[in-house]
Design a protein around this ligand. Structure first.
Ligand code: MG
Length: 263
């Protein structure tokens, strides 16, 4: 009798875990959208601006991506290129950048200012791309400073990290092991990254078109898959078919519609 009861319990336990696993798989199935450099292809916005972040939040997409660089005096600023108006950011004091305006008239935000605004926008993830720097020392410095700032703001769950520098990703994995960290270059298998504590890939869509098996490999390892920068409808559809977790795009509103996201 006892054996029958324990058998029944075992069967129910197995069935229950199976159903839960199925449900969580379904929950993960819908691809989410990330606005590349914020939502900038809209009125009064600009790439890597505070407005771009606000507009992405208004569009109710999953995340807003942005790039950061270190100035000569160690301030982290939000900008894609290492130069602005012919000035190399790493070689000048932050004060030299203060008067420079973005296309929408805003100043170049610091990471601190960007996080401050992001904290008010609770429903959007901030996808922080740390740009490769000239030396390992600088890459270590910017990684440490960025993580410290995110932790001080209490935003560890709202900020995810990406980088083309494997050294930066490995540093991040050590500094903030519970964060989402994805490598961008596209030249390493998910398994190899996972061994270094990097828990995501964020590859160019052409890389995943050639190696669709990396999506499966990453998912089996419990890693997230993001793709950049997918702007064409057919390419977006292809990536949706591959069941990537995130699509990074300059057309977040259109992509969210294609993905069937409610917004
Ligand atoms: Mg970027």
């Amino acid at each position: 009798m006892k054996t029958k009861l324990s058998q029944t319990i075992l069967i129910f336990t197995v069935l229950f875990s199976y159903a839960t696993a199925l449900m969580s798989n379904t929950a993960q199935a819908q691809t989410q959208i990330i606005a590349h450099r914020g939502y900038w292809k809209t009125e009064n916005s600009a790439q890597n601006s505070i407005t771009g972040l606000q507009k992405a939040a208004e569009a109710k997409v999953y995340g807003s991506e942005f790039d950061v660089q270190l100035t000569g005096d160690g301030v982290i600023v939000v900008n894609h290129d290492d130069k602005v108006n012919g000035i190399t950011i790493a070689e000048v004091l932050y004060s030299k950048l203060n008067g420079i305006k973005l296309k929408n008239g805003e100043k170049i935000p610091t990471l601190e200012e960007y996080l401050e605004e992001g904290k008010k926008l609770k429903d959007i993830q901030l996808i922080l791309e740390i740009k490769p720097h000239k030396t390992k020392e600088l890459e270590k410095e910017i990684s440490e400073k960025a993580v410290r700032m995110v932790k001080a703001a209490g935003m560890e769950k709202q900020v995810e990290y990406i980088s083309f520098s494997r050294y930066i990703c490995e540093n991040l994995a050590r500094l903030t092991p519970n964060s989402e960290i994805a490598y961008l270059m596209g030249d390493v298998s998910p398994k190899e990254l996972k061994e270094k504590g990097i828990n995501g890939i964020d590859y160019h869509y052409k890389v995943l078109k050639k190696k669709p098996e990396w999506v499966k490999e990453a998912h089996e390892l419990g890693m997230k898959v993001n793709v950049w920068t997918v702007n064409n409808t057919e390419d977006i559809k292809n990536m949706l078919r591959l069941k990537v977790d995130y699509i990074t795009t300059d057309h977040p509103v259109e992509a969210a519609k294609l993905a069937g996201n409610k917004n």
